[in-house]
Design a protein around this ligand. Structure first.
Ligand code: 13P
Length: 254
């Protein structure tokens, strides 16, 4: 049985005061739920990670980085390693978010190195995958998702891949208000689970969690979560309002 996993990707938002307040409100608001009935994580900007970890107190949510670099240390100006994230109390990290792929220009090979570096560094990576609008319209959704998954997980054996969460985020649904319908999400999630079965085996496919992301709101969280292969949600905009994010967590706990 896969425990629901709801995460908030804050992207380049908040400041030193609001980030700490947001973590506090979320931690308090989902006491009794987080860690018990649903896993909860937040991904603040790098500079607010350490204060976020501190302000979490004894709350049962985890904090993660929005990205990392694959090298362990050295002359890589501006980059952050897995060890640095771990050092300040991060547990998780996002790899290959669509904005890193399409705005910053990251490719599958680099993203794969990041996933591997995260696992080597003791972090739990979320590999983000998903098609652009023109790719969906051209009927290439499965091809794109297959490539992102195959390349993103390259070199990971059965045992190590269990550290990974997959996030399916159709790019056309991110920040646009255009959520995939529950049926569209389920269709691709089932396809992804089938691919995991091909790449690994049925046990791995049954165990790995697949989150949906793209304009998730309190109003659509429950209908997405009841889909058989939707195991969680990766929330952008709505995770910046504690009340909305908590409502999404509650809806996901069933
Ligand atoms: P929105 O929820 O703002 O559409 O963002 C989704 C996302 O990119 C989460 O990683």
């Amino acid at each position: 049985m896969r425990k629901p996993f709801v995460a908030g990707n804050w992207k380049m938002n908040t400041d030193s005061i609001s980030s700490v307040e947001l973590v506090r409100e979320i931690t308090q608001g989902c006491r009794g739920l987080a860690g018990e009935r649903v896993d909860v994580a937040v991904y603040p900007p790098f500079v607010y990670l350490a204060p976020a970890v501190k302000s979490m107190g004894s709350g049962n949510i985890s904090v993660g980085g929005q990205d990392l670099y694959f090298e362990q240390k050295g002359a890589f100006t501006g980059e952050i390693s897995a060890a640095m994230l771990k050092d300040i109390g991060c547990v998780r990290v996002l790899c290959g978010h669509s904005e890193r792929r399409h705005v910053i220009g990251e490719g599958d090979e680099l993203i794969n190195k990041k996933v591997i570096a995260a696992i080597n560094g003791g972090l739990l990576p979320t590999l983000c995958i998903g098609e652009l609008l023109e790719q969906r319209q051209a009927g290439q959704t499965e091809e794109v998702v297959r490539r992102h998954l195959n390349k993103g997980l390259e070199g990971l054996c059965d045992e190590r891949v269990l550290a990974v969460t997959i996030a399916y985020e159709p790019v056309w649904a991110i920040g646009t208000g255009l959520t995939a319908t529950p049926q569209q999400a389920q269709e691709v999630h089932a396809f992804i689970r089938g691919l995991l079965g091909e790449l690994y085996n049925d046990d791995v496919a049954a165990e790995l969690r697949i989150q949906y992301g793209g304009s998730v709101k309190p109003a659509n969280a429950a209908e997405l979560m009841v889909q058989a292969d939707v195991d969680g949600l990766l929330v952008g905009g709505a995770s910046l309002k504690a009340a909305d994010f908590i409502a999404i967590i509650e809806a996901s706990a069933g």
